[in-house]
Write a protein that binds this ligand. Structure first.
Ligand code: SAM
Length: 230
């Protein structure tokens, strides 16, 4: 089955409610990162926030990525296709439905690379609600894939307070131990965005301050901010 512009409604999820999320979790628009998930009540460490099955899954072999995506979408139902095209695309900006007819593979690959999660060394997937979770170098949730149930669980890694934004880490733990410059380069290269998490902003400010010739009385701001977290 192929898809046409009339399948798409460009109204990304309405603020607050999302069909896959429990009432304790809301989707909201943010000033700098487009959409994001927030908790509306206190949630203790280890709690399962929600779980979700994949929207689209790909088994990787030597076939080019765009061909694999096209193949998976060709058997997807219209609702899945609409959800897929509503996801964020950090690699390929577009907002004109007719654009899809000429730039389809690039748009699909852009959405895939912006949102995909590895389920195993040879399988990746894109999820509808999990895709709205932004990255932080101090994540407060973690993902756990259940192969038996074919479900992705989102678990609180720390105690969450009502109003907290939900963040996961887009990279392996060892990258999280590296300097801000390395972490940002990793996300720029692989994910096409400049990390604006509080840890990166604070650490980058520290390095800016450390690398510039010292001026008396110039450093209170940075030293004061270094202790805060997401
Ligand atoms: C998987 S999506 C996350 C949800 C996305 N904000 C949305 O509106 O659907 C990844 C995109 O979110 C944004 N993003 C996620 N974490 C970010 C961060 N720490 N700093 C800046 N932008 C971030 C980037 O545009 C990135 O390409």
């Amino acid at each position: 089955m192929d898809y046409f512009p009339q399948f798409f409604n460009f109204s990304i999820p309405a603020d607050k409610s999302h069909p896959l999320l429990p009432p304790e979790i809301e989707i909201r628009h943010t000033a700098t990162k487009d959409y994001s998930l927030f908790v509306v009540s206190d949630i203790p460490t280890g709690t399962l926030l929600f779980c979700e099955s994949p929207l689209v899954t790909i088994n990787h072999d030597s076939t080019p990525l765009d061909v694999l995506i096209q193949k998976s979408l060709s058997v997807a139902d219209p609702h899945t296709i609409r959800c897929f095209y509503n996801l964020h695309n950090a690699h390929h900006r577009w907002n004109d439905p007719s654009y899809i007819l000429t730039h389809k593979p690039a748009i699909q690959a852009g959405i895939w690379l912006t949102n995909c999660v590895l389920l195993s060394p040879f399988t990746s997937a894109v999820f509808n609600a999990v895709s709205r979770i932004n990255h932080s170098c101090i994540p407060n949730v973690e993902l756990e894939w259940s192969e038996d149930r074919q479900l992705m669980g989102v678990f609180a890694k720390r105690d969450l307070a009502a109003g907290d934004e939900v963040f996961r880490s887009y990279f392996e733990e060892e990258v999280g131990h590296r300097l801000v410059q390395v972490r940002r380069e990793y996300l720029r290269g692989g994910w096409a965005f400049e990390c604006g998490c509080k840890r990166c902003v604070n650490e980058a400010a520290y390095w800016d301050w450390k690398n510039k010739p010292s001026v008396p009385g110039d450093n209170e701001d940075v030293e004061g901010r270094m202790g805060s977290a997401d």
